[in-house]
Design a protein around this ligand. Structure first.
Ligand code: NAD
Ligand code: ZN
Ligand code: ZN
Length: 393
């Protein structure tokens, strides 16, 4: 089968690899029909490279049609149409019972001290072959895949794999009070979808980014926008728009590659010169992240407000402004999305005739799998009007 593979820093190649197949009686194999490119994939493309091995199959936002099922699978049949959540959760352990699916104790990675395994997401998360491929092995087939009806286009459902539940959880965790304002940092796919979800709930939303076409998309849906490239003091602007106090809630959808943190960016780059083992140690034990967006979140949230972090971070000793966090009496929530916790509610919304969140027009690019090398480069550079790519293997 064809698959998108990681070969080195900024080196993505489409290769012929052995077909995915049933390995456990509880597995299914799906033929992938659409599979997304995510901002999280960009972290593997560059700063998280020490945790990758050449040949790793990447991608974690797939949907498709069931091609084969293991002997113990009863809830799925060949020909069913499914979306596959990015975190691999068993559905029956202590954490899954509490709907904390991104912490599943059956697939947790105790050696690396990380949560549930993820499709296509480095040795930190189980080194499981990913979903940017023609075929994908799906464990826990009776629980994990989300069955969707045949008929509507893939674009209606594919974002159940990651973008929708991540954005939904981000908005839930932001705990926006009645009549309150949500500030969204980052207008990539996650910030954009979170904005749509909040607007759909009747919430006032202000979005910050510096890529004009991304700001234009959220503006067209009714958000107020602030261009990072044109404003010196964004937090001050936000206070000006919110009665002098700041936003009731902030949703951070940027992550460790934020613009505006030159020192950390230099550290991230200098790490590349070290041997792989040492790079891994430095990445996980030092402050190598670009925290500009996170600091802006703490600045721009009002006293007593909530900060919800969807962006991915990976250091263990980042400098945190503890005095500000404490003094402003902030509430913080974060984490990988517990995908399966939100999919029932989301699927019900997606099955209505009206496309409330505009999912069918959300992708800016539909590309064949072999366009992946160029797509990764363009998506990272934010060129070509690229906001969301769906590959069609
Ligand atoms: P993306 O890289 O396309 O979007 C990030 C956006 O932030 C870009 O538009 C960029 O211009 C903007 N930005 C950069 N610096 C900024 C700053 N200082 N202030 C405001 N905006 C800034 O990626 P995406 O797919 O939207 O993902 C966003 C983040 O969410 C990534 O870190 C990704 O790893 C993470 N993510 C988390 C989960 C989860 O489960 N928590 C799931 C998916 C993605
Ligand atoms: Zn993703
Ligand atoms: Zn579990």
């Amino acid at each position: 089968m064809q698959a998108v593979t990681w070969q080195g820093r900024k080196d993505i190649r489409v290769e012929e690899v052995p077909d995915a197949r049933i390995e456990e009686p509880t597995d299914a194999v799906i033929r992938v029909t659409s599979t997304g490119l995510c901002g999280s994939d960009l972290h593997l493309y560059d700063p998280l490279t020490p945790f990758m091995t050449p040949g790793d199959i990447v991608g974690h936002e797939p949907m498709g049609v069931v091609e084969a099922v293991g002997a113990q699978v009863s809830a799925l049949s060949v020909g069913d149409r499914v979306v596959v959540p990015f975190n691999i959760s068993c559905g029956s352990c202590w954490m899954c019972e509490r709907r904390l699916y991104s912490q599943c104790e059956t697939t947790q990675n105790r050696e690396t001290g990380t949560g549930a395994s993820l499709f296509g997401y480095s040795s930190l998360y189980g080194a499981v072959p990913g979903g940017q491929a023609e075929l994908l092995r799906v464990p826990f087939a009776d629980f994990l895949p989300v069955k969707v009806p045949h008929g509507p286009p893939d674009d209606r459902f594919v974002y159940l794999s990651d973008v929708l539940p991540t954005a939904w959880q981000g908005v839930e965790y932001a705990a926006i009070p009645e009549g309150g304002t949500l500030l969204v940092l980052g207008a990539g796919p996650i910030g954009d979808m979170a904005t749509r979800i909040a607007l759909h709930r009747g919430i006032r939303v202000i979005v910050v980014d510096r890529v004009p076409e991304r700001l234009a998309r959220v503006s067209a849906r009714g958000a107020e926008i602030l261009d990072l490239g044109e404003i010196d003091d964004v937090a001050e602007q936000v206070r000006g728009l919110t009665g002098g106090r700041g936003a009731d809630s902030v949703l951070e959808a940027v992550g460790m590659e934020a613009h505006g943190s030159p020192v950390a960016e230099a550290v991230q780059k200098s790490l590349r010169l070290l041997p792989k083992k040492l790079q891994q140690l430095m990445m996980t034990n030092l402050s190598v992240e670009r925290l500009a967006a996170l600091y802006l979140a703490f600045e721009a949230v009002r006293r007593g407000g909530t900060v919800s972090i969807s962006g991915v971070y990976g250091g263990t000793s980042d400098p945190m402004p503890m005095m500000q966090l404490f003094d402003k009496q902030l509430q913080l929530r974060m984490g990988q999305a517990n995908v399966r916790a939100w999919t029932d509610e989301l699927l019900a919304l997606l099955q209505q005739d009206e496309d409330h969140l505009g999912v069918e027009g959300f992708a800016t690019h539909h590309l064949p799998l072999d366009a992946a090398p160029q797509a990764y480069a363009s998506f990272q550079a934010k060129e070509d009007g690229m906001v969301k790519v769906l590959f069609r293997p």
